[in-house]
Ligand binder design. Sequence first.
Ligand SMILES: [Zn+2]
Length: 498
Amino acid sequence: MQNEDFLKDLNAFMQSKGFIYGPFPEIYNGVSGFYAYGPLGKLLKNKVENSVRSIFFSNGFRELECPTVVPDIVWQASGHLDTFTDQTVECAKCKSVFRIDKLIEEVTGKETAGWKDKQFLETIKKEKISCPSCKGAFKEEVKAYSLMMKTLVAGKPFSLRPETATVTYLPFKRLNEYFRKLPFAVFQIGKAYRNEISPRQHLLRLREFTQAEAQLFIDPKEKNNWTKYESIKKEKLPLYTSHHQEKQLKVELISLDDALKHKHIKSKAYAWCLHLAYKQFLSMGIPAERIRIRQHLDDERAFYADDAWDIEIKLNTFGWTECCGVHDRTDYDLKKHAEFSKQSLEAVRDNGEKYVPHILEIAFGTDRPCFTLMDMFYEKKEDGEGKSTFKIPYHMAPIDLAVFPLQKKDGLPEYAEKVKELLERDFIVDFDESGSIGKRYLRAAEAGTPYALTIDYDSLKMKDVTIRDRDTEKQIRVSEKELKETLKKLLSGEMKFL
Ligand SMILES: [Zn+2]
């Protein structure tokens, strides 16, 4: 359930400190589902995306960038044009349209995954649910509403991509040529668009958003012959599933090997993908106790999906929230695109046998992790000066360092400028010379900046700088010569304050 008061505070913090602006464009009243990243928000998003890149790169993935506007035949093949819809109800009185599943979930607190139209309508009747806008009654029919954003290119129907995944499958033949053999793995980070009906969950439900989706193309015969699995099979994951014939779902730390033995997970390659997805979120600094991995119920799993789990994160604002899906899509997508394009999308085994590869997919976005980090690490201070802090893990902080000359005179600003220039190529550095030093520390803490560097009169004589730690408020003096190396070690966690 939603924590309204905290969301209001968090939103005010995000707007006023330069993280997130919106709904956008604010001066024209804003449209829900669109937000802008301000200077600090964009730096945070860069950190998130660089973390995603570095984890995928270090696991053998390569990055692609494909167009966001694609002819509709692609979306006919993928099924999006016909079936990528939300079920809606319309108010008979004011004509407002609502997503029926979200409406029922909000009013009753019930989980509606896998529900059919009849069940939705019966619940509206039984629970006497009325229109949130005007209290009027709903029409007794469920309508499918397309989430595709449409446009025309050279007079022909095109759509903005609703996901990055499909456009990653399309160059399969080229990729097969580039990598020379399977398995190979690629990912994209980029914009996608969905015509959401009435998005009201801030960065969690956007009409324009950034996805990060990775695909492993693999020979189905090799799914259980996955050597990378061996080094991680003892790792325990917080699986949220029904264990040992019990009906109730609960979270249990289960090793991947046990999960495979009990057939919670079907293949070694899939287990490896699930672990990799989990590692993505841990690497962003999200605490393990806030993460669970939920198995899709039979009736919410897409008909072609062989194995499907979601990574869920517990937010202060919205509670448990889906942040990533890991799916075994089998050969479904390549077969569909082969059929519609009339091209062969096959690979060849060493013995000459032809086959359609399977696709294992890790699908998430970078907006939800940004929201998650702000939701979890923003702390409103109730006492004293009423200043809030942003206790984000140091390696994810938008700004790495803030440089403060103690006074605006006697050569201190000039030396501080010199220190800033020395560090700017390796770090994101802020420079602040206005107000008392105490106020400047508070401002830096609100931005989540891990280290403040103060230049005082001794600094001019000794050619050194005082480094102050955001959380412990402890200080050390470091010579200009050793400054860069020391800060690198501090920010990577390799070195700590005494
Ligand atoms: Zn109404």
